[in-house]
Design a protein around this ligand. Structure first.
Ligand code: NAD
Length: 490
């Protein structure tokens, strides 16, 4: 660690920013300081923590423009950067509303043993580590951080080295809130820093690829700490013969190409009923050709560049593999080099099958391979023929028909007559299936419970010498049978 890392600008291809990862001892010291600050943060109580977070929210709003500027340089796209920055106050508000109810310890309660009452407490993990990816850099660095802070944890965040420019303006906002800076720190660095961090934390929330996720899970298991993993996907869309083609093509185009397809829950495979296949493809191609690149300026179009250079190589590889194996390209189809950046127009492919990488491996680009199916059973089989299980979409003329398919899909969230709704519906709790992740839901109110341990206080209310072992250890005691009888009948 500690060697300077250059950061590539996705619009120019130039290395124009540098980060210096912390040394091992700097990282250890930083984590130790956060750990020291955490008990005071927890003792503040939830109501006070909410007040602090609300103050931070106001400061983030005051620095909105700096954050958007840094993030759009990080990613080369503007609209999504604005949405990301504006999602921060929304996340803080949503959790400020939801946390008090979910973390309420309630009253003392009866138990099945008449003379024992119970009371519950939630004890936060002292130091949570968040390791996040480059595709939605700000929002994914905060999605777990905000509930963890409200739960009473201290948090150290290690965003991706590919998109780190937002870290300094965000850190500036944190510095302006004295209570928060004791318990929240961002560190710059690459994979080595992420791996080193796991040695100092009590729980890890990791968002990234399956391969790295496995390494994180193994490191966490060695340390015996919980790991919550949100990993890659290869989301299918299933379009039944009864579907509204106009609606399906628009929703799928959005689901597949927003953020230039660089979304874990992007639609990456499309299965369409044979009877409507030609009309579907024609409409999808027509609409795809109307999407413009946001080049040369941010405002010129809808689609930003491919953010990570290594991702452009993967997209290119999937395209070449598909074409070599017989796929037909209807539009798009290449990585374009414009102004030093790497761009890919919405690409529709047909004559595809599951021998191709584009149908089986995560592409993370705006590719839409479309494959016909003869029966609903075949569509379900194809959609489930994957190592992934993040989310999916089903389009049908009736909700019942769509639900019947949705129930058979091995994925944690299914959008019906729309695509990628998981990204916008905060309330919906879901798990990632198969290799797409591990651990409790990140979405929905219960997500905050990932950051606490439940402690039960079991309180004896009556001064009786049961259960039976109290009797048994009394000097001169006869039999414990009476005590045992009391226990089982009470
Ligand atoms: P990545 O796995 O390469 O890196 C993710 C993070 O892990 C980065 O911060 C990186 O520096 C760090 N890292 C790398 N090696 C590490 C190690 N050995 N130990 C600890 N940390 C390490 O992923 P990426 O390329 O940045 O992101 C793209 C991937 O993220 C895609 O697969 C995408 O599907 C996935 N993703 C998933 C979700 C979700 O919610 N399921 C959301 C967004 C992105």
């Amino acid at each position: 660690m500690s060697e300077r890392l250059g950061v590539r600008n996705p619009r120019t291809g130039q290395i124009d920013y540098w980060i210096t990862p912390p040394t091992a001892s700097e990282l250890a010291d930083l984590c130790a300081r956060l750990r020291q600050g955490q008990p005071g943060w927890w003792r503040l109580g939830l109501a006070q923590r909410i007040q602090v977070m609300q103050r931070w929210k106001e400061i983030v709003l005051e620095h909105r423009d700096e954050l958007i500027a840094a993030l759009s340089t990080d990613t080369g796209r503007l609209r999504e950067s604005v949405i990301e920055v504006d999602s921060v106050p929304l996340m803080i508000d949503w959790w400020s509303r939801v946390a008090p109810e979910v973390l309420s310890t309630g009253q003392e309660q009866l138990t099945s043993i008449s003379f024992i009452r119970m009371r519950r407490e939630f004890v936060p993990y002292p130091l949570v580590g968040v390791i996040s990816p480059w595709n939605v850099p700000l929002a994914l660095s905060l999605i777990d951080t905000i509930p963890a802070l409200l739960a009473g944890c201290a948090v150290v965040v290690k965003p991706s080295e590919v998109t780190p420019r937002f870290i300094r303006p965000l850190t500036h906002t944190i510095e302006l809130v004295p209570e928060l800076r004791q318990v929240l720190q961002f560190v710059e660095g690459g994979g080595e820093t992420g791996a080193a961090l796991i040695e100092y934390i009590d729980l890890v929330c990791f968002t990234g690829g399956v391969k790295t996720g496995r390494q994180v899970a193994e490191a966490a298991a060695r340390r015996f700490i919980p790991a919550f993993l949100e990993l890659g996907g290869k989301d299918p869309a299933v379009v039944l013969a009864s579907a509204d083609i106009e609606l399906a093509t628009s929703a799928i185009l959005w689901g597949a190409t927003s953020n230039a397809g660089q979304n874990c829950l992007a639609i990456e495979r499309i299965y369409v009923a044979e009877s409507i296949f030609d009309r579907f493809v024609e409409q999808l191609v027509d609409k795809a050709q109307r999407v413009r690149l946001a080049y040369p300026s941010f405002e010129d179009g809808e689609l930003g560049p491919i953010i990570a250079e290594r991702q452009a190589a993967i997209i290119q590889e999937h395209l070449q593999d598909a074409v070599q194996k017989g796929a037909m390209v209807h539009c798009g189809g290449t990585i374009e080099h414009l102004g030093g950046g790497l761009w890919c127009r919405p690409t529709v492919l047909t004559h595809v099958n599951h021998s191709m990488k584009v149908m089986t491996e995560e592409t993370f680009g705006p590719l839409m391979p479309v494959m016909p199916f003869a029966t609903v059973e075949e569509a379900i089989h194809l959609a489930n023929d994957t190592i992934y299980g993040l989310s999916a979409a089903v389009f049908a003329g009736s909700e019942d028909e769509a639900r019947a398919v949705a129930e058979s899909l091995d994925a944690g969230s299914i959008s019906i007559n729309d695509a990628a709704l998981t990204a916008v519906v905060r309330e919906a709790e879901k798990n990632s299936f198969k290799a797409s992740g591990l651990g409790g839901s990140r979405m929905g109110p219960s997500a905050i419970k990932r950051f606490v341990r439940q402690k039960a206080l079991l309180i004896k209310k009556e001064p009786i010498s049961d259960p039976w072992w109290f009797d048994a250890i009394k000097i001169g005691s006869q039999s414990s049978a009476a005590g045992l009888q009391h226990l089982v009948t009470s």
